[in-house]
Structure formats: structure tokens, C-alpha cells
Design a protein around this ligand. Structure first.
Ligand SMILES: Nc1nc2c(ncn2[C@@H]2O[C@H](COP(=O)(O)OP(=O)(O)OP(=O)(O)O)[C@@H](O)[C@H]2O)c(=O)[nH]1
Ligand SMILES: [Mg+2]
Length: 337
């Protein structure tokens, strides 16, 4: 249903050319053929990695080339092999040939490798063609070109982070602020009728997926409001961000909003209620009464949750929230790739 997709071009290294040469040495008249073979070109290999959970890094970087093989040289020296190139993709990526639509590979486990473009063979040098009756061969071969192909990569997105809260708490506004998702936003409850997913990129070009789901109200587990059915979309997330509107516009108490949503989560599933969670007070720009915020903060901290204050309108606290989320769910930066 939610699919991340990217087209990339992969080009393996060409093989190096075989060399045409004859031995030339003092006191050795008419030395034999001595042209070395060209080196093989490098391969391009896709490797499944847990360090990525979207294809965003490839969108910025759609071309991947491996090095060509070196040409052969005289004195029977073969050319060096071209260096191969690994390209990391998230586990769950399906690789298609973009031209034919054929499925080439389905990555299911970290560390899985699949060669998508093979390097060209190096050409033979003239030394290879020598026989007893053909002692001064001038034949030599050019290297073969490396494979080049366009691939379409597809990844079914699973949300890493779920946004929960009352209707109108500002969930859709937040996801539109931190990702390219453009869900409908309006000043009435139940604007969001179906989950939206957004890919959020961090400063170091990593990314995670956030799900915005319809708001919860008291009795949601009994079928009130839009019902609790959408919570299954966030059952497998690693972190919840609980948004609580602290502006006076709600006419309600943020502490009781918070407790109602927590009760609904627990009625749906104990696991969901026990998931790691950040609590974010929203609409700071429209909140007049610091007491309301302080009361919510005290409750959140008492329950062991980190507490942040944001405004999606002014941008206040948004970067801090993005960083906090990344700290919770992303592994430390990969040392290579
Ligand atoms: N002043 C102010 N208004 C905000 C802020 N964030 C959201 N809003 C407004 O609050 C209203 C509801 O925002 P949504 O993002 O649609 O809320 P939601 O939580 O997705 O609501 P549902 O989809 O109905 O559950 C909209 O009118 C937004 O413009 C904020 O930081 N400050
Ligand atoms: Mg919404």
C-alpha cells in the first residue's frame, strides 16, 4: 500500500585490454610474445543492510559504477582487476529490471548480496596466442564491456514511528512539516480517515518512516469515532509519539486527553501501551497557560516518558523532536557506506 520506489543505474567495470608486446632483452634476439591480459572489471553488488530503512539515500545518488580493469602490459604483466562496488539497500527491497519488469531479487535478510552488474572479462594478451607453429602472434583482445542496466527498487514501507493523539492534535500537520507527505489538514476532528506515511530524513542523510493515523477518542476501543482499527498500522512501530494539544482552543485538559489516549491504547493492546513513547505538547504558539503544559510534563515524566514542546506552525522544537526520534530508533551511523 505504501511503497518507496527508486530507479538506479548500475554499470560494472569494463575489462582491460590485452596487450600486444614482445620481449626485448639484451642478448635475446627475437624474444617471444609477452603481452599480458587485461584485468577483469569490477562488479556492482547490492547488499541488504539494517542501516537503512528507506530508499531515500539512493534517490540522491542514482548512479553506481564499478571500476574498469587495467590494461595488460608488456613482460607478461596482467592488468589489475577493477574494484567492485557494493550498494546498500534496506532489507525488504525488491529489485526489478526497469526495462523488462522482471523480478531479479528479493532481499530478506541483512548481509544478503546480489550481483546486479558483472564486470567485463579482461582481454587476452598476445602471449596467450603463442603456439609452436605460431611463435610471434600479434592477436590480442580488447576487454569485454561490463554490464549496464537500469533497476527499479521497490520497498514496502513499514512505519518506524507512529503518531497518536486526539483528533485535531496536529498529527497530520507535524508529518507534513517533517516529511514530504501532504495529508489533508483541517480545523476539525477526523480530518484523517486513513493512515499517511512520510519518510523523514535526518541531517546525516539517514531516514525513518512515520505513520500519521486518525485520532483517538474516548471509547475508541468500543467503536467510537473512527474506531481503533488503525492502531494495527502502528503495532509494529518501534516508537510512538503521543501528541497532546496544549492550546486553550481544545476546551479540554491536556492531562485528561493524555490519559484517555493511553487508556485506549491499552485497551487495544498491552504491547502498544508499553511501547517506547515520546510525549510532545503541540500548538505551543497558541498556548497561553504554562500551568497546563507543566502539569502534562509532570505526568509524562512521572510515567517515564521524555517530554518535548513543539509548534508545527512556528517550527519551534521540531528539529529537537526529529533528533530525539532518530536517537530512539536509528542504529548509530554506519562506519562505511
Ligand atoms: N496554532 C497552531 N495550530 C496548529 C498547529 N499544528 C496544527 N494546527 C492546526 O490544528 C488543526 C488540526 O491539525 P491536523 O494536523 O489536521 O490534526 P490531526 O491531529 O491530524 O487531526 P485528525 O486527523 O482529525 O485526527 C489544523 O487547523 C491545524 O492547522 C500548531 O503547531 N499551532
Ligand atoms: Mg490528521
Amino acid at each position: 500500500m505504501f511503497i518507496d520506489e527508486v530507479i538506479i543505474l548500475v554499470k560494472a567495470g569494463d575489462g582491460g585490454n590485452g596487450c600486444l608486446a614482445f620481449r626485448r632483452e639484451k642478448y635475446v634476439p627475437r624474444g617471444g610474445p609477452s603481452g599480458g591480459d587485461g584485468g577483469r572489471g569490477g562488479d556492482v553488488t547490492l547488499v541488504a543492510s539494517n542501516h537503512y530503512n528507506t530508499l531515500l539515500h539512493l534517490r540522491f545518488n542514482p548512479e553506481h559504477k564499478a571500476e574498469r580493469g587495467r590494461h595488460g602490459e608488456g613482460s607478461n604483466r596482467s592488468g589489475r582487476e577493477g574494484e567492485s562496488r557494493d550498494v546498500a539497500v534496506p532489507v525488504g527491497t525488491v529489485v526489478y529490471d526497469a526495462a523488462s519488469g522482471e523480478v531479479l531479487h528479493d532481499f530478506t535478510a541483512a548481509g544478503d548480496r546480489f550481483i546486479v552488474a558483472r564486470g567485463g572479462r579482461g582481454g587476452k594478451g598476445n602471449a596467450r596466442y603463442a603456439t609452436s607453429t605460431h611463435q610471434a602472434p600479434t592477436e590480442h583482445e580488447d576487454g569485454k564491456p561490463g554490464d549496464e542496466r537500469k533497476l527499479r527498487l521497490e520497498l514496502k514501507l513499514l512505519a518506524d514511528v507512529g503518531l497518536v493523539g486526539f483528533p485535531n492534535a496536529g498529527k497530520s500537520t507535524l508529518i507534513s512539516r517533517i516529511s514530504a507527505a501532504r495529508p489533508k489538514i483541517a480545523d476539525y476532528p477526523f480530518t484523517t480517515l486513513e493512515p499517511n506515511l512520510g519518510v523523514v530524513s535526518t541531517d546525516d542523510l539517514r531516514s525513518y518512516v512515520v505513520a500519521d493515523i486518525p485520532g483517538l477518542i474516548e471509547g475508541a476501543h468500543l467503536g467510537h469515532g473512527l474506531g481503533i482499527q488503525f492502531l494495527r498500522h502502528i503495532e509494529r512501530t518501534r516508537l510512538l509519539v503521543h501528541l497532546v494539544d496544549v492550546s486553550e482552543m481544545t476546551g479540554r485538559d491536556p492531562v485528561s486527553d493524555f490519559e484517555i489516549v493511553m487508556r485506549e491504547l491499552a485497551s487495544f493492546s498491552e504491547d502498544l501501551a508499553k511501547k517506547p513513547m515520546l510525549v510532545a505538547a503541540t500548538k505551543l504558539d497558541a498556548a497561553q497557560d504554562p500551568e497546563r503544559i507543566a502539569a502534562l510534563e509532570a505526568l509524562a515524566r512521572e510515567r517515564g516518558y521524555e517530554f518535548l514542546q513543539i509548534s508545527s506552525v512556528t517550527g519551534h522544537g521540531i528539529d529537537a523532536l526529529k533528533r530525539k526520534i532518530a536517537e530512539h530508533i536509528l542504529p548509530p551511523p554506519a562506519s562505511n557506506q
